[in-house]
Design a protein around this ligand. Sequence first.
Ligand code: IMP
Ligand code: MG
Length: 183
Amino acid sequence: MDIQTYQAKIKRVLITKEEIDEKIKEAAKYIDAIYDGRPILLVSILKGSFVFLADICRAVTVPAEIGFMCAKSYYEGTDSSGVVNITMDLSQKLDGYHVVIIEDIVDTGRTLSDIVKLLSTRNPLSLRVVTLLDKPSRRVVDFKADYSLFTIPDHFVIGYGLDCAEYYRTLPYIAEYAEPTPQ
Ligand code: IMP
Ligand code: MG
């Protein structure tokens, strides 16, 4: 993709870096208050949550370990495949841990609903979900995160870890993606 096309597809900024920073502080306070000094395991769902994880893990003050899982539910473009594939699993056993799943966005709800079911079978001390974004209008399975930083309308969004066909994860803000116009 050339740079002009790349830039043209960033339709408009939806959430600025400053707005994200403010909400991160609030989310960290929520986590600190719940666990009250008890150690936690932050489980980042890759790849989309890697930027969010990096910011939230430096904002919490409770002792935290980090774990990574890779789940893929979107492939090329903006259509959901509807299939959740765990392509990389955690290295930790979960018994003995208060687990906080860190996710970029809850869309149809399939990914997190499946991940929560899977991790629950591993007997964590507790299990909660913190998501950066929530698109409740797109839900196809009944799923609610314990904490959501932003609720957004049904736009495909990019930036701050979120991609379209692997690009745009590196934007420091969240933007609306412009669908390509037919040539
Ligand atoms: P769900 O299973 O439909 O809830 O999809 C969740 C996953 O799809 C997220 O973790 C994202 O990786 C991806 N996704 C959903 N909506 C968007 C979006 O607007 N932009 C980029 N990725 C998205
Ligand atoms: Mg994701």
